[in-house]
Structures are given as C-alpha cells and as structure tokens.
Design a protein around this ligand. Sequence first.
Ligand SMILES: Nc1ncnc2c1ncn2[C@@H]1O[C@H](COP(=O)(O)OP(=O)(O)O)[C@@H](O)[C@H]1O
Ligand SMILES: O=P(O)(O)OC[C@H](O)CO
Length: 494
Amino acid sequence: MKEYVLAIDQGTTSSRAILFNRKGETVAVAQQEFKQYFPHDGWVEHDPEEIWESTLATCRKAMQEADVAATEIAGIGITNQRETTVVWERATGKPIYKAIVWQDRRTADTCEQLRRDGCEGVIVEKTGLLVDPYFSATKISWILDHVDGARARAEKGELAFGTIDTFLLWRLTGGAKHNTDATNASRTSLFNIKDQCWDSELLRLFNVPESVLPAVLDSCDDFGATAPELLGQAVPVYGIAGDQQAALIGQACFQPGMAKSTYGTGCFLILNTGEELVRSENRLLTTVAYRLNGKTTYAIEGSIFIAGATIQWLRDGLKLIDHAAESLKLAEETGANNGVYLVPAFTGLGAPFWDPHARGAIMGLTRDTGIAEVVTAGLQSVCYQTKDLVRAMRNDGATYKALRVDGGMVVNDWVVQFLADILNVPVDRPKVTETTALGVAYLVGLKVGWFETLDEIAELWACEKRFEPSMSPDIRERLYGGWLDSVERVRRSH
Ligand SMILES: Nc1ncnc2c1ncn2[C@@H]1O[C@H](COP(=O)(O)OP(=O)(O)O)[C@@H](O)[C@H]1O
Ligand SMILES: O=P(O)(O)OC[C@H](O)CO
C-alpha cells in the first residue's frame, strides 16, 4: 500500500526531507545544513553538488528512520528556495558555475541599466515583479557572460537553466526531465504571469536564450519519476512549488484575503488574491500562488531578505549566542523597550524599499548596551520589517483579520508576541509549522486522489496558539517610529 508522501524542502540554509501520512501527519524528518559562500560584498552562492547530495541523503535518511520503502511512497513533492539559479551541462548534468542565490546582489548594475533603458514598465507589467537582482533572469545572464564559452554553448542547446526544483528534478530523474512549475517560473522575470508562458520580449531584454529554459507545468502534475537506483525503486514526482507558495498551501490560505508569513532565512508575507491579478501601488510583487488543473490563483507578496539570517549572524558572525533559541531568554530579560535598532540590510533591502545598495547598521547604542539588547533588536527587526509590508499592503487596500505564521523562527514565542503587538493583529501559529513541506505534500495528495478539493485540505488546518496584541498604542507608535527613522538613516548613508 502507498501510504506516504515524501516532501523535499530544499531551503536556503538546509535541505529537509519529510515523510507525511495520508492525514498530513509527520512520520519522519531528516535535515542537513550546507555551506553558504560569500565570495564578495553582496554575493551569495551555494554549491549545487552540496544541495543535491544533502537532498538525496535526507530523503534516504527519512525513509530509513521510518522504515518506509520506495514502494510505499505514493509520490514525491519538491519545494524549494526560489529564484536561486543553476546552469548545467545537459550532457553530464554538471553545473558550470555555483548556484547564484536569491539574496545575491551582483547584478544590481544590470538592473539599473534596464531601468535607464526604460524597460521597467514592460517587465513589471508582464512579470508582476520589479527590476531587482533578486530574480533569476539577470543571474542567468551573468553566468552566461562570465563563464568561458557559456553563451555560445547555451545558444547551441548544450546548457540547461533551472531554479532549484528543476535542478533537483533533473538529478532525481537521471537527466530525463527538464520541468518546473508555474510558481517557480513566476519568479524568474522571464515568465508572463497573465499568459502563463515564457515571454520572448522578456527573454530578449534579459538576453537569455530560450534553449536553456525548462517546460512549465501545473504545481500538481506529472513531473517524471526518480531513477530507480536512487531510492530503491522509481517514485513519481507529482508536486512542485516554490517554498513560499507551498507554505501558503500548507497554511490552507485558499480564500482571497487570507495571508501567511513565513520566517526562515528571509520572511515572506503572501496574500491570496484569487483568480484576480492584483497589482500593488506600493512596490509589492504580484505572483502565482499556485496553478491547478490549468487554473491560476494569484497572490501579492512582500519579500524581506534577512529574517532568521539575522539570528544566524548574531550566532555565527558575532558569536553573541551559541544557539538561536537563546535569543528568547535574552529578549525576555531586556524587553522590547531598549532603544537599540538593528537594520539587517546585509544584502540590501527588499520590499517595500527595494534598495540593493543599502547595508546594515546597529543604532541607539549606549554605554550600557549589551548582548541582550543587540540580540533583542535583531528579533525585533524581523517584526518591524513585517509591519513595513503590512502597511504597504494596507495602502494597496488589502486587509486581513489574522495572520498565520510559520518557519524556523516562530518557535520563538517572544518574537510571535512582539509581532502581534507591533502589527496590532492576532497572529496564529499552526500545529504543524513545517507548512512548506506540508503544502507540497498536499499537492501530491491532490494528484493521487487522497484529497478531492482544497476545502478538504483546509479542514485539516489547526491552530496551536493565537497571540493577541496587548501593547499600548503609544508604545507601538514610538517603537515603530524609531525603526522607520533607523531605516531612513541606513538609506541616506549610501
Ligand atoms: N528559537 C529561535 N529563535 C529565533 N530564530 C530562530 C530560532 N530557531 C531558529 N531560528 C532561525 O530560523 C531560521 C531557520 O528557519 P528555516 O525555516 O529552517 O529556514 P530556511 O528554510 O530558510 O533554511 C534560521 O535563520 C534561524 O536563525
Ligand atoms: O529558504 P527560505 O525558506 O528562506 O525561502 C527563500 C525564498 O524562497 C526566496 O524567495
């Protein structure tokens, strides 16, 4: 009997494999961190081989731990850090350069040139995105221009491009399939989100040859089967979605007006807008939430580049703490009202500022500032940045009654309470916080007939704890005012 789904969650800092049963319950989890490469200011790279090896190892480990054989797995779902770009040789499957990560800012000048050339309007109109190094298109072009002979080889059809889902699918299927799904395609800057196809005008503007592109399928589709030797027997891949869209599904935000915010390396607030392609007036993105049976559901999204990564930096860079979890106790000790602000613009600022040249700062230091105040300011920065997004969404006329949160950071009660306080809305933490993996497992469940409708999935969502706002309006305004002032100072300083 095929009783399980294997969800691969390939994130920015780690690869995870999770086995779910038919009820969406976790049966086994395996996780492996991999190395981050920062070769220059603003550059962030991953080794695609490390991504592949950690993914395969965690799949095998999860199956081993739960004693589940490939014959018992109904299907695999892949969810992934989005935009991160890999280019590889079709003949060997070997990448020709490291993966350029979504946070990487090396193509900021190319983006400025595109704006100067007056291309911004058409790019925004067709992609729903902005002109920013965040998205894949300028990263692909950079690789083709900087690796010896790459552009000529691409023109000859020898090279393939993929976001991480596509690269993993290629490897899982032994090079047989070069596919992606509409959510991942919508983050490349080459995909027309209204017509749901690669767009020749965008390909020309970004100087990307069509020959490198994968086929774009629905998020729940027949993506191909794994090479039998990898997991013991061939297993079909039935679901693919970018991790933030998968989290929207895992949080069962299926109705227009429902929103979730995920706190991993970065933070991504996504609001379902249904079949309507809503355009933001406040520099938020319009993106594909999911595409099922050829029908596209859209969303607006606010993307913050550095959230949990701030806590990692406090741990690994400054060595102020040994474990991320220590931040909770330090914040409880010092409290919210400590006058210190940390603006983590390590790789520029994302929504709603979109400033690739901004760099981070710590402000409000006094002689008695200590580790606790700096760490607390790091936690608070994540919540203030969420408020920036919520204000932008409000200005666009979008509101919601409660926010569903998930991701590695939300185990921290202090953060979630401060978030509710600073946003002044209730914040709901679900029982399953591995919503990204769960979301893509649901996609597989839909494909194999475990669920007939999205409503059946929505019934499975359960709240573990609701955090009610309890901060007085004057404190809220003062704290947030101090944040806005700090961001302004960071932006003025370059
Ligand atoms: N108790 C905690 N308090 C604050 N941040 C935490 C805590 N535990 C983990 N984190 C942060 O959560 C992030 C990991 O979340 P995860 O969802 O696994 O990220 P990703 O999918 O981007 O790799 C890390 O950046 C880490 O610093
Ligand atoms: O790896 P995460 O969970 O921080 O997600 C990264 C995003 O998909 C980037 O757009």
